[in-house]
Design a protein around this ligand. Structure first.
Ligand SMILES: [Zn+2]
Length: 233
């Protein structure tokens, strides 16, 4: 009977040969030592450029929320933050402000032209509602002749806000269809005439105490809006 250490030496030889074979095979197949990973590159921006229109303007600021801040003030501060969040996630976006001191029709025309020039593909006009202090809910408006995509955008943003805040969905799953004579129709018509899908967002009733959480944590609000917009792309 051979001595134990002899057998061990033989086995070790076998292992060595096998390891050499493995290394040779790795080289042949190009799976040897890993090479250094390349520097990360900036991801290309998504081609769906998002336009955000702050509702109202500096001269006519819209309704006030429970803290006495106007739609225009609140959204002038929060929408650039939404834009930053979109950019961080690889989506190009731009915030638009309506001019004051000109007619509503002129405001609509200017916004539509600016969006067209900026190559915007989908647009959100941002507002909050106001009624009797006790009504709340999400109501994103779309034109009765809008694209399917516009309705999807309205519903996706409503669904995201609903999942964060639990506010009820008004209209059909948070999307409410309007006609030419309704408030906000002029802006939607002007924008969609440029071939841009759009919805007018009423993300809550700002005068209702039940909407307080929207205004108490702007980080949550801006993250929810950015998420909802991305879901609509
Ligand atoms: Zn408004």
């Amino acid at each position: 009977m051979r001595r134990c250490c002899e057998i061990l030496t033989e086995l070790e030889e076998d292992v060595k040969k096998l390891n050499e074979k493995i290394e040779a095979f790795k080289l042949e197949m190009g799976c040897g030592e890993p090479v250094e990973p390349p520097e990360p590159v900036e991801p290309p921006l998504n081609e769906t450029k998002i336009g955000i229109v702050v509702g109202h303007n500096s001269g006519d600021q819209g309704a006030d929320n429970i803290y006495g801040e106007s739609e225009f003030e609140f959204h002038s501060r929060t929408m650039p933050i939404v834009r930053e969040k979109l950019l961080e996630r690889g989506y190009d976006a731009e915030v638009f402000y309506r001019p004051s001191g000109v007619s509503y029709d002129d405001q609509c025309e200017q916004i539509a032209n600016d969006m067209d020039a900026a190559n915007i593909k989908i647009a959100y006009c941002i507002h909050f509602n106001s009624y009797d202090g006790s009504t709340n809910g999400i109501e994103n408006l779309v034109m009765n002749n809008c694209t399917v995509k516009s309705t999807t955008m309205a519903k996706q943003l409503a669904d995201e806000l609903h999942s964060v805040y639990g506010y009820n969905l008004r209209g059909e799953d948070g999307a409410k269809t309007i006609s030419r004579s309704d408030n906000g129709a002029g802006m939607l018509i002007s924008i969609q005439n440029k071939g841009i899908d759009c919805t007018l967002v009423e993300h809550c009733f700002g005068d209702a105490p039940t909407s307080r959480r929207t205004f108490d944590d702007e980080n949550v609000f801006t993250a929810a809006v950015a998420n909802g917009m991305i879901r609509g792309t």
